[in-house]
Design a protein around this ligand. Structure first.
Ligand SMILES: CC(C)(COP(=O)(O)OP(=O)(O)OC[C@H]1O[C@@H](n2cnc3c(N)ncnc32)[C@H](O)[C@@H]1OP(=O)(O)O)[C@@H](O)C(=O)NCCC(=O)NCCS
Ligand SMILES: CC(=O)OP(=O)(O)O
Length: 333
């Protein structure tokens, strides 16, 4: 069974309700029909029912079983307006603004449904940039209790790969934090370890990546990763974590032997923490496109409820995968 088939099976075992607000996106409509057909999740789509069904008809996809909520006709609109107003009034939100946002922005409408416990999670980003997808989620749902920082990760399932957990890796941060501090990198490592345990089911072995291995290069960029490793050891002593490591030293046993002898991580890493978002976002796309890996994300970790993003380059199959993962995250909350 492939990695994503195992996740779909888990999702089916306790079916959750996921909102898909991007109803003018063809891939989202196709994905919704497959999710219902495969019994992975209950689906709520946000928008005008007639338009959505016209789109489905044109694509010849069957949306029977999908619930459509049109904000303009929604009986809970007043309740949602009040909830958005209460959540954001300290930032200048008014009831009038809240109503206008909810009537015009399906992404925020989806997030407020999650906040109101009328859905267990949301997946979007097929036709919105990450910043526009994640901002309402960060503003309205906020971080989970005890967590300081939300971050974005991908699960990469690399075909014919002997590295990582039989070719499965978690990469972070590939989606949210543009230039994390050393402290933030350590926090990203900690939440990534938890995500890996829950979504992959194996022991996380974490490499803090750099262009240097154990002092082979000197630069402030390297110093940041070295500091992050120190902080991680101090603040999260239970983690199996090492750095700074180059990618080959992190995942290839023979290279690890020569570059980082004695490291309990080098050559075995399955969780890769990138020093900044340039590295993380470029890195995951290279592995996805050149190694033909399945790439699910950017998923959020550390947020109070599951809202996950997609790349605008995603396929409908990627959307199905991220919905299944979102449903599993919701089971665990
Ligand atoms: C997501 C992003 C838009 C947030 O930045 P922003 O628009 O400037 O917004 P702010 O910094 O004002 O943050 C908005 C809210 O989210 C919260 N927030 C932002 N980043 C957060 C994080 N990493 N963890 C927790 N909360 C966060 C802020 O505290 C703020 O809350 P508040 O309004 O209640 O005070 C920004 O981090 C970003 O653009 N990231 C890169 C996204 C991207 O392009 N990725 C590449 C493709 S995947
Ligand atoms: C994850 C990501 O890179 O998203 P997008 O391709 O939409 O910018």
């Amino acid at each position: 069974m492939s990695y994503i088939d195992i996740i779909k099976e888990k999702a089916r075992s306790d079916r959750k309700t996921i909102v898909l607000p991007e109803t003018n996106d063809k891939r989202t409509l196709i994905a919704a029909s497959h999710i219902i057909e495969e019994g992975i999740a209950n689906i709520i789509m946000v928008g005008n029912e007639e338009k959505i069904m016209d789109g489905a008809g044109w694509l010849e996809v069957d949306l029977t079983g999908v619930r459509v909520i049109d904000p303009t006709k929604c009986e809970k609109l007043d309740e949602y307006v009040q909830l958005l107003y209460e959540t954001r009034k300290h930032k200048g939100m008014t009831p009038e603004k809240a109503r206008q946002i909810l009537l015009t922005d399906n992404m925020t409408f989806g997030v407020i449904m999650v906040k109101a416990n009328d859905a267990d999670g949301m997946v979007a980003g097929a036709c919105h940039a990450t910043a526009d997808t994640l901002r309402p989620a960060l503003q309205i749902l906020k971080t989970a209790p005890g967590v300081k920082l939300v971050s974005g990760f991908f699960i990469l399932d690399v075909p014919n790969c002997e590295y990582g957990e039989h070719g499965t890796f978690l990469f972070a941060d590939c989606g949210l934090n543009q230039d994390p501090t050393a402290e933030e990198l350590a926090a990203i490592a900690d939440t990534s370890a938890k995500s890996f345990k829950t979504l992959v089911g194996a022991k996380p072995i974490i490499a803090m990546l750099s262009h240097s291995t154990k002092g082979s290069a000197k630069h402030p960029l390297v110093d940041k990763v070295v500091k992050a490793v120190e902080i991680a050891h101090e603040q999260y002593p239970g983690l199996t974590l090492d750095g700074e490591l180059q990618t080959d030293a992190a995942i290839v046993p023979s290279v690890a032997k020569s570059k980082a002898p004695g490291s309990e991580v080098a050559g075995k890493a399955n969780v890769l923490i990138f020093p900044n978002l340039d590295c993380g976002n470029i890195g995951y796309k290279l592995v996805q496109r050149l190694a033909k890996a399945e790439a699910y994300g950017p998923m959020l970790q550390g947020i109070a409820k599951p809202v996950n993003d997609l790349s605008r380059g995603c396929s409908w199959e990627d959307i199905v995968g991220v919905v299944a993962l979102t449903a599993v995250q919701a089971q665990l909350m």
